[in-house]
Design a protein around this ligand. Structure first.
Ligand code: GUN
Length: 283
């Protein structure tokens, strides 16, 4: 079997077109969605993610403001900034790019954001609502992954989804979203014994670890769907995933590439959440 490749960049482009039309209509009715992105320090990867978010917002017609602060910024001044943005009625979404410098408690910052503006879906209230299947902002990468599966009409209900990686941003929430869609979910991580014995049971295998080519065909059940969330920079400076694409493609039914896979979908779902925030604000 040779897998069909799920190109996230193509799906993202068509969703962004739809959102552009929606934002045009919202603006005509007096609602102008606005996202504020806060970037602390000058980490190249964070800068690149943030610029991707700005570009997507510009294309769709979402107002986006970038607030760049030095890496020496104290937690107190960041908390004050968030308080100001929480109270600013023109701002619908607030995103503080992670990771943050050591002197700032990341969790304190996440919890300071008004849940009604938490377009990242990282606030404990957003997470609790996701867990209990109430309306909320879904975390962007997991939301993008489920959207990619649905775009190919891949059945989730009753399937065994195996997640490799247990980060708060991707691994844990993507398992929860797939559980909400009635999958049977297993989580694997660095202490998992005999990883391949478990990944080989997966109908849907999601890999979000951050280790280049850690998963090849020997970890994959023939016909499985493979979603690669890894973004690793090779010694040659190119981007590569956690999955050995060519090896995995030969045995799976669907596979996502890196780049042009999950990454563009993450940004797209952030835009979707920002539009959702703007609509809810004006209800
Ligand atoms: N850093 C890496 N990914 C993300 C993300 O999705 N949101 C934020 N705020 N920071 C990140």
């Amino acid at each position: 079997m040779v897998a069909e490749v799920i190109y996230g960049d193509q799906l993202a482009a068509s969703l962004r077109e739809e959102m552009k039309e929606e934002v045009t209509k919202l603006k005509a009715s007096g609602i102008s969605p606005k996202l504020v992105v806060v970037l602390i320090g000058d980490d190249p990867a964070s800068k690149s993610y943030v610029s991707g978010k700005q570009k997507a917002a510009d294309f769709i017609g979402i107002d986006s403001e970038l607030i760049s602060l030095p890496s020496t910024t104290e937690e107190k001044s960041l908390l004050e900034l968030i308080e100001r943005l929480n109270n600013d009625q023109s701002v619908h979404g607030i995103l503080v790019q992670l990771p943050l410098p050591k002197q700032i408690n990341e969790q304190a910052i996440i919890e300071a954001i008004d849940p009604s503006k938490d377009v990242d879906g990282f606030h404990p209230i957003s997470i609790g609502r996701m867990l209990t299947q109430q309306e909320t902002f879904l975390p962007c990468t997991p939301y993008g992954i489920v959207t990619m599966l649905q775009s190919k009409n891949i059945d989730i209900a009753g399937k065994h989804a195996v997640i490799v990686g247990r980060s708060n941003i991707v691994g844990k929430p993507v398992g929860q979203l797939l559980l909400n869609e009635h999958a049977t979910v297993s989580y694997c991580h660095s202490r998992t014994k005999d990883l391949s014995a478990i990944t080989k049971q997966a109908d849907i295998l999601i890999v979000a670890v951050g280790r280049e080519k850690m998963i090849d065909a020997s970890f994959i059940k023939p016909g499985a769907v493979v979603i690669d969330v890894g973004v690793n920079r090779t010694n040659e400076g190119t981007l590569t995933g956690d999955v050995d694409f060519e090896s995995a493609k030969a045995v799976s039914s669907y596979i996502t590439p890196v780049p042009k896979g999950v990454g563009p979908m993450t940004i797209t779902m952030l835009m979707k959440n920002t539009i959702q925030a703007a609509k809810a604000h004006n209800k």
